[in-house]
Design a protein around this ligand. Structure first.
Ligand SMILES: [Zn+2]
Length: 274
């Protein structure tokens, strides 16, 4: 069995053939978490978790890209270009559902911004979700993307979370793109780190994967984005997670079976699944 800890199988990218995507996932022995990015996509994630119960679970969260000043419409994510404002009460309502295993994805995304005003907006929306996670005793699913060539977002993230970590049920840094040194700071807080398709075609992640203890690593696809080799450039799907497991196994110098078993155990522990 393999556990894809971060996908978006509820997105419109799969509206035409979602049942087939789930069938291929089941045939490959994969389970997944459908991650919400707005109230709308979180509610769709819950619906997917109900429809595919036992193979799919959900998260509820508000992605920092939606707290940006210059919002753009991602057609993979939303059918219509309607911008949603962050609504803490609506998110809390959704987050209470038993299918919701974590709060997020939420965090800081500085890839396209240098503006203080925008960073502050992202920070406020993120902190509201950190508080929600500790109130509902569900772990945090964090999206943190630095601006090119700097680690600024990770520094700000650590600043926000170092005093909050003790109150949290746990936290995962999804698509971790920081250095081994940055990873070490979050490891001290007991965080998990997930890696996806990018590790199969970029060497930038080799050092940090080798450095992190296997107990703190989760696998993810982030489907429909960033498909692993040999599917690079295509729409990604949870059934492709095996390619990520194989690359992590090569970097760790252990078998793919060992990586599959360990990361599945980690995911069950992190998301409190039986
Ligand atoms: Zn994602």
């Amino acid at each position: 069995m393999l556990f894809d800890s971060h996908s978006h199988i509820q997105f419109p990218a799969y509206d035409r053939d979602r049942d087939s995507v789930i069938k291929r996932m089941r045939d490959a022995g994969v389970k997944t978490i459908a991650v919400g990015t707005t109230a709308l996509t979180s509610s769709a994630a819950i619906a997917a978790a109900v429809r595919y119960r036992g193979d799919v679970w959900a998260t509820a969260g508000f992605h920092p890209a939606h707290a940006a000043l210059r919002w753009y419409h991602d057609k993979n994510e939303l059918k219509t270009a309607v911008r949603e404002e962050f609504d803490a009460d609506r998110l809390k309502e959704l987050a209470r559902a038993s299918e919701v295993t974590a709060i997020g994805e939420c965090g800081l995304d500085y890839y396209r911004t240098k503006e203080k005003e925008e960073k502050n907006r992202q920070r406020d929306v993120f902190i509201a979700q950190v508080e929600l996670a500790s109130e509902l005793k569900k772990p945090l699913m964090i999206h943190c993307r630095p601006s090119p060539k700097t680690a600024d977002a990770y520094g700000d993230l650590h600043g926000i979370l170092k005093s909050e970590a003790a109150k949290l049920k746990g936290a995962n840094l999804h698509f971790f793109a920081g250095s081994a040194e940055t990873a070490g700071k979050f490891l001290e807080l007991g965080f998990y780190f997930s890696f996806g398709g990018v590790v199969t075609f970029s060497r930038d992640y080799d050092e940090v994967v080798r450095h992190l203890p296997l107990e703190n690593i989760l696998l993810e696809t982030d489907a429909p984005y960033v498909a692993p080799e040999p599917f690079r450039g295509k729409r990604n799907e949870p059934a492709y997670i095996g390619a990520v497991a194989e690359r992590i196994a090569a970097l760790k110098g252990v078998s793919a079976e060992k990586i599959a078993a360990a990361t599945t155990e980690n995911a069950k522990r992190f998301f409190s699944l039986l």
